[in-house]
Each structure stands twice: as structure tokens, then as C-alpha cells.
Design a protein around this ligand. Structure first.
Ligand code: ATP
Ligand code: MG
Ligand code: MG
Ligand code: MG
Length: 581
């Protein structure tokens, strides 16, 4: 590729809404361009990275026995009614109508369609196992799209679905996918951890998330350094999340009357045992995106004592650092550091003087609170009409992991638990017969009797992987792609190509040789000044730069520098090809 025939568009500054490094760098390097909230164009440079990721995924999926197909983006609502997900998915599911007023959905995932295919096509045990996959556009109307394509509304996912004749056979399919995922993330050069994930209504423990380790990750992971125990402690996403805009179905009215609303009321509502909730309480301040982007918000977190039966008048106000923009999680320990060793007040967040939401997560427990009417630290002015949420988990689910904090003994007894943050880039899930049952997907077994298919589903966030990689691989100058993901693996930077015939000739020649050798090379023939040219490629993150200059060529030399190298090395012009390959 020649730069003059390609499209390169870099920025000095990232837009203000880009909160984290990967989003900033993707915007600055011109990999993506925002069209609407959570909806991005994959620009030519970004698309090259996406294609490389897709190809690695495709190779490993094929190697593991996956069969590629392509299911439609727009899917009939009828199918989604069969599994009831048309209702249970809530506002994340994008619904559209055609000209005949027929209802459709924009696929957030494809269990329904693939199960529909399986029940028509897979009739006999002789046709099993099968694993179908596709790499396709998804749409989820995320409550808070952010971080660019990391949490987009439109994004690309690889999703695979296995069909087996028995739970034992399904476990083999599951393990095959698990291994394929390890192979994929290894090839992508990621530092990741496979953690046990929620299996929700299905139960069992055959669900793992692949989490790329990064402080900016939205998930919290517990693991035991002395063993292979690792789990996601935040199962919030597996529970029905509340939509802040939806009308509340249940509201706990905490009235301004002193003594009228005690933490016992709140605890009872949350179904949390009073004495035990404090230890694992995790807070996330959830300031709406438009507010976060605007004026610096003053965020206050008010915590309500859940331990003991305290009067709401004992409200304490404190400010947790870092809550000013957007949101983040704060572990109870941190809250304790601010509020003292007996924290325990839980209440509204004020962003820029206006009430915003506060999401409370006691590990698996999600209570989204919105529609704040009042609150704060004024005497007798506390909470009225606060929505603590609905669809709360059953108490035993809470009890299960309620108390997990750093330093606890790991469930396998091998050592103490540590906590780190992760970005979910992949998820493997044993589904059992959940979908087969709902959609009556059966096959004829050896005895000629119909039996329900055992299924698994396996997703990878193709576009999210770009952000996750950059979170781990960047420096002050820009992205540091691994060769496997880089838009180009080598850039040739001739200096003064338009003025110097020898430079132009040497550059052209080396360019041709590299092309013939199958190297993904780009020749920067734009005529940029060296400083600007180097800065562009460092920002874009091409792993290897080769500089050709008049002075160097007179000595028969070129300069070569890896993206992570401190300095360039000189190589003989004749040996350049070998050195690069
Ligand atoms: P999350 O917890 O981040 O919302 P999820 O558990 O809802 O993800 P899955 O249904 O497991 O996602 O989908 C499989 C994969 O798709 C995820 O592991 C993730 O990598 C990717 N993914 C999910 N939602 C998004 C999104 N909004 N933007 C980009 N990638 C996504
Ligand atoms: Mg998740
Ligand atoms: Mg999700
Ligand atoms: Mg998931």
C-alpha cells in the first residue's frame, strides 16, 4: 500500500468525550469515527486491524471445527417471542417495524435464529455435533455506550453455537471452544485471564469470561495467585439491569420524617441480611454521559448505613475522589477510607448540583437508583420517592458471593483472593437445553426417539478487542500494536523522496521486494516532513519503521526501529530485506 493512495487522518487532540486511553488513541489515529452515541464508522486504518483480528478468530474457529455462516442482522420478532427474550431483554433489544407493520429486532446475538436453523436442519444424532459461527454486526441499545467501540451500541461480534446430543458431548464442545479462545487471545498477544462467570438461570459452572487485564476494565475479577481459581465478582450484567428511563415498578419512599425510613427498611427491600452486607458493598456512581461531558460535576456520595437499625437522620456526606466525571467503582475499603471505619450511608449522587443516579452493587446485587427527588446532608431532608430498583436477585444468590473481598480465603482454600479489573473480550457458555426446549429443537437419537439438543454459545467482541489491546499496549506517543493486529506491519519512511532520486528508487525497490515477500508494508510517499511522518506512524502504532535518507544511502545504510525500541539501528541497504523479514 502506498500512503498517497490510502487514507490517513490523524488528530493532535482527542475529542472531549474520549475518557480512556484506547478511545483517545483510536480517535487520534483515525481508526474510527463517531456517527452517533455508540455508533462508529470503522475507518480504513481501523478496518485493517479489525480484519486481522477477524482472520485470526476465523482460523482458530475453523481449526476447532467451527463452520462459518452468516445470519441476518434483522430478525423476525416471532422467533424472539418463542424464547420470550422479546420481553425479557428489555430496552437493550432494538425493535423495528417494516412497511407491513411486522415486528423485527436488530440482532444483539443469534441464539434464536441458529436454533431455528438447527431444528429444521439437524434431524438425526448422526449430524451432531455441529458448531456454527458467524462474524456479524450486532446492535445493543446499551444504557451507557462509552469508551468508543469498547462499549458501542453497534459492534462486531463473533458468535458461535454448538449443538450436541448429550451434556457430556456438549462439555467436549465447550472445552474445544475454551481452548480455541486461549489460542486466539494468545495470538493477539493479550494479557488475559479466563474467569468463571455467572450462569444465571441455567446454573452449573460451565461459563467463563475471557478478561483482558486493565485498570480501566468495567469488570472486577477475583483470583487466587496460589491456584487457578478466578471468577467475576461483578455479576451485575447477568442480572436484569434497570433502565434509568423506564418507569419504576417499585419504589421505596423514604420520607423526610426523621425515623420514618431506617436502613432496616432499605435492607428489607434489597433483601439483604442486615449484618452481612457491609463488607462487600461496591458503589458505582453513574452520572449520565451528557452531564459527564459537560461542566465539571461535583459528585457527592451519601452512604446509608445498612448495618444496624439507624435512623436516616444520621446521614453522612462525603466525597469520593474520582467521581467527578463519568463513573467508576469504589470498593468498600476506599469508601471506608473516606467515610471512616463505620461507613454505611448510601444515597444519591449530585452531579453539578443536579441529582444523578447511583448504582449499588453488593457484588451480585444490583440496585439502580434513579429519579432522585431530594437528598443530601440537610437536616430532615433526605430521600423521598427514591427508586431502589426492581428485579433484585433472590437472597441466596446474594449470600453466595456477598462477602468476597480482597484478602479473603479463596473458595478452593489454596490461598488469599486478589482483585483486579478486566475487560470482557470473550464469553463461553454452556446453555443446556434452554433454547432447544423453548423452541422445540429436537433430533432423533439412536433409538429413533426425539431428544432435545444440548447447546453452547460462544462470543468474542471483535471490535472491543481493539480497545482492549490498546489499553495494554500504548505509550506517550501512541499505540503499540502487536504484528498480528497492526494495520501494517512495516512502514517505509523515505525522507525527501520528492527531491532525491536515489531515495525514491531505493524506497520503491524495497517496497516491491517486501510486497513480493508477502509483507504488509506501507510506503509513506505523502511527502510529509520527517517529524510529522514519524509522529503519525508512532501514533498509528506500526510495529516497524524503516527510514531511507540521502545521507544514509550514501553510506549504503537504512535505519530500522521497532515501535517499542528506544533507538534506531543502522542496517546495510543490501541486507535490509533479510533484516525486516
Ligand atoms: P458486557 O458485560 O461487557 O456488557 P456481555 O456479557 O453483555 O458484555 P456477551 O453477551 O457475553 O456480552 O457477548 C459476547 C461478547 O461481545 C462480550 O464478551 C464482549 O466482548 C462483546 N460485547 C458485548 N457487548 C458489547 C458492546 N456493547 N460493545 C462491544 N462489544 C461488546
Ligand atoms: Mg458481561
Ligand atoms: Mg452487556
Ligand atoms: Mg458476557
Amino acid at each position: 500500500m502506498k500512503a498517497s493512495q490510502f487514507f490517513i487522518s490523524t488528530l493532535k487532540e482527542a475529542p472531549a468525550d474520549a475518557e480512556i486511553t484506547s478511545h483517545r488513541l483510536m480517535m487520534r489515529a483515525g481508526l474510527i469515527k463517531r456517527l452517533a452515541a455508540g455508533i462508529y464508522t470503522y475507518m480504513p486504518m481501523g478496518l485493517r486491524v479489525i480484519r486481522k483480528v477477524e482472520n485470526i478468530i476465523r482460523e482458530e474457529m475453523n481449526r476447532a471445527g467451527g463452520i462459518e455462516m452468516l445470519m441476518p442482522v434483522i430478525q423476525p420478532a416471532d422467533l424472539w417471542q418463542e424464547t420470550r427474550r422479546y420481553d425479557t431483554m428489555g430496552p437493550e433489544l432494538m425493535r423495528v417495524r417494516d412497511r407491513h407493520d411486522k415486528e423485527f429486532v436488530v440482532q444483539p446475538t443469534s441464539e434464536e435464529v441458529v436454533t431455528d436453523i438447527a431444528r429444521q436442519e439437524l434431524r438425526s444424532y448422526k449430524q451432531l455435533p455441529k458448531n456454527f459461527y458467524h462474524i456479524q454486526t450486532k446492535f445493543r441499545d446499551e444504557r451507557r455506550p462509552r469508551f468508543g467501540i469498547m462499549r458501542g451500541r453497534e459492534f462486531t461480534m463473533k458468535d458461535a453455537y454448538s449443538f450436541d446430543r448429550s451434556p457430556e458431548a456438549a462439555a467436549v464442545s465447550y472445552q474445544r471452544m475454551y481452548d480455541a479462545y486461549c489460542a486466539i487471545f494468545n495470538r493477539l498477544g493479550l494479557d488475559y485471564r479466563a474467569v468463571r462467570a455467572d450462569t444465571g438461570a441455567i446454573g452449573g459452572d460451565l461459563s467463563h469470561e475471557f478478561q483482558v487485564i486493565a485498570d480501566t476494565g468495567e469488570d472486577a475479577l477475583v483470583y487466587c495467585p496460589q491456584s487457578d481459581y478466578a471468577a467475576n465478582i461483578e455479576l451485575a450484567e447477568a442480572l436484569p439491569l434497570l433502565d434509568a428511563r423506564a418507569a419504576p415498578t417499585q419504589a421505596l419512599a423514604l420520607t423526610p420524617t426523621p425515623g420514618a425510613s431506617t436502613c432496616a427498611d432499605v435492607a428489607a427491600f434489597l433483601k439483604l441480611p442486615l449484618q452481612q452486607t457491609l463488607k462487600s458493598l461496591v458503589l458505582a456512581c453513574d452520572i449520565p454521559a451528557d452531564e459527564a461531558a459537560g461542566t465539571p460535576a461535583r459528585a457527592q456520595v451519601v452512604l446509608l448505613l445498612l448495618r444496624g437499625d439507624h435512623d436516616m437522620n444520621e446521614v453522612k456526606v462525603g466525597k469520593l475522589p474520582g467521581f467527578e466525571h463519568g463513573w467508576r467503582f469504589a470498593h468498600l475499603r476506599e469508601i471506608e477510607a473516606v467515610f471512616g471505619s463505620q461507613p454505611g450511608y448510601l444515597g444519591p449522587v449530585f452531579a453539578g448540583g443536579r441529582p444523578a443516579g447511583l448504582r449499588v452493587i453488593a457484588d451480585r446485587t444490583v440496585a439502580l437508583m434513579s429519579d432522585w427527588v431530594c437528598g443530601g446532608n440537610q437536616v430532615d431532608t433526605h430521600y423521598t420517592g427514591v427508586n431502589w430498583g426492581r428485579d433484585l436477585p433472590e437472597p441466596d444468590l446474594v449470600a453466595d458471593i456477598r462477602n468476597v473481598v480482597e484478602g479473603d480465603r479463596s473458595p478452593d482454600g489454596a490461598g488469599l483472593l486478589a482483585i483486579q479489573r478486566g475487560i470482557e473480550v470473550g464469553h463461553v457458555f454452556y446453555l443446556g437445553t434452554k433454547y432447544a426446549k423453548a423452541m422445540n429443537a429436537t433430533f432423533l437419537d439412536e433409538t429413533g426417539k426425539p431428544a432435545l439438543m444440548e447447546m453452547g454459545c460462544y462470543g468474542i467482541g471483535v471490535t472491543r478487542l481493539l480497545g482492549a489491546s490498546i489499553e495494554q499496549r500504548h505509550d506517550a506517543r501512541g499505540i503499540r500494536w502487536p504484528v498480528a493486529m497492526a494495520p501494517f506491519s512495516v512502514v517505509l519512511c523515505p525522507i525527501g523522496m520528492d527531491r532525491s532520486e536515489p531515495v525514491a528508487q531505493a524506497a520503491q525497490q524495497l517496497y516491491q521486494q517486501l510486497l513480493e515477500a508477502g509483507v504488509d508494508v506501507i510506503l509513506d510517499d505523502r511527502g510529509e516532513r520527517p517529524g510529522a511522518m514519524f509522529a503519525d506512524w508512532e501514533l498509528i502504532g506500526v510495529p516497524l519503521r524503516v527510514v531511507l535518507s540521502d545521507r544514509g544511502l550514501k553510506e549504503g545504510q537504512l535505519e530500522m526501529q521497532g515501535r517499542s525500541d528506544e533507538e534506531a539501528v543502522k542496517i546495510g541497504a543490501d541486507a535490509a530485506l533479510d533484516a525486516i523479514l
